[in-house]
Structures are given as C-alpha cells and as structure tokens.
Design a protein around this ligand. Structure first.
Ligand SMILES: NC(=O)c1ccc[n+]([C@@H]2O[C@H](COP(=O)([O-])OP(=O)(O)OC[C@H]3O[C@@H](n4cnc5c(N)ncnc54)[C@H](O)[C@@H]3O)[C@@H](O)[C@H]2O)c1
Length: 273
C-alpha cells in the first residue's frame, strides 16, 4: 500500500488558518476567497455592502464550498475607528486571524492631466491606499503584535504600480504607493514574524474594467487590443490565476518571502520591442 502524499497540503495548504479578505465581494477578491477556502482556510469577507457580501457567499456555497468556513462583516474601511470592532467580531467567529488580504480597490474615469479633479483624485487614493492597504494592515498588525501572533499580509497592486496607466492618474499613484508600503511594512514587521507581500494583477475582466477592455459582443475594444498586443501570453487573465498566486504567498512554501510584489500579468511587464 502506498502512503498518502501530503507534500502539497503541507507546503501550500491553508487548513487551520483564518483569512480576512477585504472587498471579498469583488471579482478578483472573490476568487481569492474561493481559492483560500478550497486550500482549507476559513475566510471572513469584509466589505461595505452587506448584500454584495451575502451574494458572494451564496454563490460560493452553491459551488459546494462549506458555509461553515465562510463569514461576513459589513464595514466601510475608510472608517478607521470601525476596524477594531470588525476585527473583534472576526476573532470571535474563528478564534484568531492569520492572514489579511487587502482586496479593496477601484479605478476612476480616465482623464487628461490638466482636467484632473482634485476631490476625485483624493477619493481614489483614499480608497486604494488607505482603505485598500494601510488602515486594515495597521489595525491587524497591531492585533498580531499585541497578541504575539505571526501574521501574513497580502496587498493588491496593479500594472499601474510600475508603468502609469494612461489617464488613470490617482489609481496609478495609489497602486505605486501600495508597492512602496508593502516593502516598508515588510521591513518593519519582519521581527514580529509578520510577512507582507503583494500581487500585481495584469488585465482581468473584472467589474472595474470589463467595459474598457471588451465590447458587448466580446471582441476587444481599442484599449483591449492595445493591451493584448503588449501581453506576451496574448489574453486577459482569469481571476483564479491571481488567487493561486495569493495562496502561494500566504502558504508555508513562501515562508522566506517578504516585501515582494509578484506580477500576475501574462508577461505585460517584460514586453519589449
Ligand atoms: N479587476 C482587475 O482587472 C484588476 C486589475 C489590477 C488590480 N486590481 C485590484 O484588485 C483588487 C480587487 O479587485 P476586484 O476586481 O475584486 O474589485 P471589485 O471592484 O470587483 O470589488 C471591490 C470590492 O471592494 C469593496 N469596497 C470598495 N471600497 C470599500 C471600502 N471603502 N470599504 C469596504 N469595502 C469597499 C466594494 O464594495 C467591492 O465589493 C483591487 O485593489 C483592484 O484595484 C483589479
């Protein structure tokens, strides 16, 4: 009789871990929720709209994911003073938190530089940098340090972190800052056994950019065609391809990796002429 091979579960499995996934009702973040549960974790979805969270949980349980390993907390992550209560409720549900995935984010309408609207610019930076990275990380890192627990933070950057997306001024600036803060947090939190990494998704047909990338008949828009021409793998990504990169970074297999931003982009960043 052959022994069961446990290599994958031991190295990449998340059984016994609990993750908070902010923006968990979203397209990419929802795919991360799904893969984390499939890898064995409990997942608590944090988001500002309870019905979006409920819909995502309903969709996942219809796909046969175990409802007892999913929970939700309604919270607007721009309200820092509400985060401690969300954390308390989450710890009460699964006894501890091991992983934070910062999945909140969102882009804005494109515009020329001279037409920038300062209020909109600030809103996008607040959504992607404060709500989408800094505020939840600050509060959960504090909880890990105070309780002497190891921790693991995953941020979501973008191609705009490295090469600004034309017309996406505030989004690119905020996502560049996410890479910067990932490195800064990784350095400062390493002595507390807290790792901090990020993924940088290329172009996915998520809610935020489907209309920018494909027409109603499924053919690429002009911008979509430009992107495909610059993507060596020559297609848009599937959300589960970001999710599996997140499982890797959250797993024991990545125990010596901190401060990196892993592109999941079909080669977009290495395109050349
Ligand atoms: N979809 C893509 O192609 C793509 C590409 C690169 C990067 N990203 C990034 O990946 C991350 C996840 O993207 P997604 O496709 O899941 O986004 P999405 O727009 O589908 O979902 C974002 C979720 O965040 C929630 N949210 C927004 N602001 C919030 C706040 N202040 N408090 C609480 N919840 C809030 C929204 O309700 C929504 O459910 C984002 O940071 C996004 O910028 C996405």
């Amino acid at each position: 009789m052959t022994e069961k091979n446990t290599y994958l579960e031991d190295k990449f499995g998340l059984a016994g871990k609990t993750a908070v996934v902010t923006g968990g009702g979203g397209v990419l973040a929802g795919a991360i929720v799904k893969d984390f549960v499939l890898a064995g974790a409990n997942v608590i979805l944090w988001g500002r709209n309870q019905s979006t969270l409920d819909n995502k949980v309903e969709q996942l349980t219809k796909e046969a994911l175990p409802a007892e390993r999913l929970a939700t907390v309604e919270i607007d992550l721009l309200q820092e003073d509400k985060i401690a209560a969300a954390l308390k409720e989450s710890v009460a549900r699964f006894s501890k938190i091991d992983i934070l995935v910062n999945g909140v984010g969102g882009s804005s309408k494109r515009c020329s530089f001279v037409d920038l609207d300062t209020t909109e610019y600030e809103d996008i930076v607040r959504q992607n940098l404060l709500a989408g990275c800094v505020l939840p990380s600050k509060q959960i890192a504090k909880y890990w340090i105070e309780n002497n627990l190891p921790g693991n933070i995953l941020n979501i950057a973008s191609m705009g972190s490295f090469v600004p997306l034309s017309g996406g001024w505030a989004y690119s600036a905020a996502k560049a800052a996410v890479v910067n803060q990932t490195m800064a947090m990784a350095k400062e939190l390493a002595p507390y056994n807290i790792r901090v990494n990020a993924v940088a998704p290329g172009f996915f047909l998520g809610k935020q950019n489907r209309k920018l990338l494909v027409n109603e008949d499924g053919t690429p828009t002009e911008r979509g065609e430009n992107i495909l021409a610059r993507t060596p793998i020559a297609r848009f990504g599937n959300p589960e391809e970001v999710a599996s990169a997140c499982v890797f970074l959250a797993s024991k297999a990545a125990a010596f990796i901190t401060g990196v931003t892993l592109p999941v982009d079909g080669g977009y960043l290495c395109d050349n002429i």
